[in-house]
Design a protein around this ligand. Structure first.
Ligand code: AVI
Length: 325
């Protein structure tokens, strides 16, 4: 399931020179250093590639987080209390939300917030079928901005936010604090259950973003393939290299696409020169210490609660109390 980092729209056959993707790609190519938001990875091909990444032996975050959630679901249910209303930021993974719903006492409402209505409709239908007593209420919107949610139900319990997968690591620290501030307003008086990948041996991180099957490389290169499909671009994919490395000072994985030779590329009818070795920066994936993540949450007005980790300290799941007012 895609992490729904406010994904772009699905594939389109015709070039759409006026789209947000077009504007952001042209801006990225015109600026130095060249850099574009990772949200453009997630067209339908990119979302499928991301699902495949989550299954890779080297990509530990998904299965580690599922293991932690399986272990802590009972405690989370206690903290949440009866008749909780769950707000998931992104349409998310059905498996992860089911782990919580199965442990909770009479969960009252589930509100996934995602920019892609199609994505939401699919998961909502499956959950309605399996949890007949649950009010499944998808909300189409950009969860990094203030979204309008239905008023709390009469007699309902606490509002609990859910933001798994360490998608918070794909934001800049400033964007992360902004997201948490927005989430804090939505969850007022409730709490947020947040998944965050941890700082660790760089070799483990390196392998996770440079898998031997080349799926992460295909995921990165799909950005150029998407530009070819949607923007009438002419990126020759075999002339670009996937480059991912851990930058310890910033505690982040950086992903880039590096030009294998001097070349010219046309995007939306405009020409751009790339020197050999010149790069387009496509993603940051920040890693956190437990204290660092808690400090970030406090900056946005949350009060840190319990934290759960796996035995190898690869990944963390945080209970964060939202501001009261
Ligand atoms: C969605 N996000 C948390 C993933 C990550 O690990 O930063 C995206 C990803 N990029 C390469 N592999 C996975």
């Amino acid at each position: 399931m895609s992490p729904s980092l406010v994904p772009g729209s699905a594939d389109a056959a015709a070039p759409r020179a006026g789209s947000e993707f077009a504007a952001d790609m042209l801006k990225a190519l015109d600026t130095r250093p060249r850099s574009i938001s990772p949200k453009y990875f997630y067209d339908s091909a990119g979302s499928q590639l991301f699902d495949a990444i989550c299954e890779l032996p080297e990509y530990y975050p998904t299965r580690t987080e599922i293991g932690i959630l399986t272990q802590c679901a009972g405690e989370v249910a206690q903290l949440a209390g009866p008749r909780a209303e769950i707000v998931e930021f992104g349409a998310g993974s059905l498996l992860k939300i089911r782990l919580l719903l199965d442990a909770m006492k009479e969960p009252a409402r589930y509100m996934p917030v995602d920019i892609s209505g199609d994505h939401l409709a699919g998961s909502a239908a499956a959950l309605r079928r399996d949890y007949p007593g649950l009010d499944v209420h998808p909300v189409v919107g950009d969860y990094t901005q203030r979204v309008l949610l239905p008023v709390p139900r009469a007699g309902g319990g606490r509002r609990i936010g859910f933001f798994p997968g360490s998608t918070i690591g794909n934001f800049t620290p400033r964007e992360a604090v902004h997201f948490l501030e927005v989430a804090g307003q939505v969850l007022r008086g409730g709490a947020l259950l947040l998944g965050a990948d941890l700082v660790k041996d760089p070799a483990v991180l390196h392998a996770a973003y440079n898998d031997s099957a080349g799926v992460t490389a295909a995921f990165n290169l799909n950005l150029l393939a998407r530009a070819n499909r949607e923007l009438g671009a002419d990126f020759a994919l075999d002339q670009w290299a996937h480059y991912a490395f851990y930058e310890p000072r910033q505690q982040r994985i950086e992903m880039h696409l590096v030009s294998r030779r001097a070349q010219q590329v046309t995007v939306c009818g405009q020409r751009f020169d790339f020197a050999e070795g010149e790069a387009l920066h496509t993603e940051n994936s920040y890693k956190f210490t437990i204290e660092g993540l808690r400090a970030l949450a406090m900056e946005a007005g949350f009060r840190p609660g319990p934290v759960w980790c796996d035995a190898r300290q690869l990944f963390s799941v945080h209970w964060l109390y939202a501001p009261e007012s």
